[in-house]
Design a protein around this ligand. Structure first.
Ligand SMILES: O=c1ccn([C@@H]2O[C@H](COP(=O)(O)OP(=O)(O)O)[C@@H](O)[C@H]2O)c(=O)[nH]1
Ligand SMILES: O=C(O)[C@@H](COP(=O)(O)O)O[C@H]1O[C@H](CO)[C@@H](O)[C@H](O)[C@H]1O
Length: 266
């Protein structure tokens, strides 16, 4: 069922017949799925998402699709929010989180079918007190195939004094967070996942990798070279560092071991 609100005109408000009446009782879990032209996978993804908990709502943010994704998602039982134009990567996460009514918000993509058995550990972790439950997937860190994206994730965690997180990141799905974490991180920052991670850690939330899902192996998009997501994700990490320095100062609590800079004379 499409949410009706007075949104900018590119939001489509005609109703879509949903296979499941919106659950009246407040959901425990909200699953947020941004989707653009994902007709081949969205029904299976919605089906798995609905199975993570008895009180679950699934929110698909359909944007810029030309392939019937919205109709298929609605028929699979999702609440569908539709935008005529593409929103760009991760903006759908913010919009879905804004509409979410659950105590626990689980995020996944519309192109990778992940079984409920591999989604439930993220929900269970938040239910037992983790604020931000991350995927243990770190990307390619072996020296023979190391990627810029994997390095960015690892370095940001080190700058946040959380090297224990390795390359685990809010960039990577699936992940889940508590309502408290969502409120502290803020909706807008969810659209820049590494910045959301910097905020969560700096504000003292309990951020933990909880389960391994090898999304790198199953991600269907073999993107053209150069991969357009590399500059996007690299820039996201620079935004995260910019935020960190704005909060913690130019060295973000890393000592310069008492350099006597004042001794430098022209
Ligand atoms: O403008 C966009 C671009 C992507 N997506 C969705 O965001 C998710 C991740 O996109 P993609 O698979 O391209 O990124 P990857 O997972 O390969 O990094 C997918 O569900 C896309 O359908 C979207 O909703 N709007
Ligand atoms: O997990 C990741 O690091 C990236 C890229 O994954 P792969 O290069 O396909 O292993 O995929 C994520 O990043 C995108 C940009 O932030 C998000 O839009 C995707 O939801 C997420 O899968």
């Amino acid at each position: 069922m499409t949410q009706h609100t007075d949104q900018p005109d590119d939001r489509i408000s005609e109703p879509l017949a949903s296979a499941s009446a919106e659950i009246d009782t407040k959901p425990k879990v909200s699953v947020v799925i941004p989707a653009m032209n994902e007709m081949r996978t969205i029904d299976k993804i919605v089906h798995e998402a609905r199975s993570v908990h008895p009180l679950t709502e699934v929110i698909v943010i359909d944007n810029g699709s030309q392939d019937g994704t919205a109709m298929i998602a609605a028929q699979a039982g999702a609440r569908v929010i539709r935008y005529a134009a593409a929103l760009g990567h991760d903006v759908g996460r913010s919009i879905g989180a804004r509409e979410a009514r659950g105590d626990i918000i689980l995020f996944t993509d519309g192109d990778i079918v992940i079984g409920a058995n591999n989604l439930i550990p993220f929900v269970e972790a938040v239910d037992r007190g983790v604020d931000v439950a991350l995927n243990m997937y770190e990307g390619k860190l072996r020296s023979s195939e190391i990627t810029t994206v994997a390095l960015c994730k690892k370095v940001l965690n080190a700058m946040l004094q959380r090297s224990d997180l390795g390359g685990s990141s809010l960039t990577t799905i699936p992940h889940a967070m508590s309502r408290r974490a969502l409120n502290i991180i803020g909706l807008e920052s969810l659209a820049v996942p590494p910045k959301a991670q910097a905020i969560a850690i700096t504000k003292g939330l309990l951020v933990q990798p909880v389960h391994f899902v090898d999304v790198g192996a199953v991600n269907p998009k073999r993107r053209k070279k150069p991969d357009p997501l590399v500059p996007l994700i690299t820039g996201d990490h620079l935004e995260a560092i910019h935020w960190l320095l704005s909060q913690e100062g130019p060295r973000a609590n890393f000592s310069d071991l008492g350099r006597k800079r004042e001794r430098v004379v022209d």
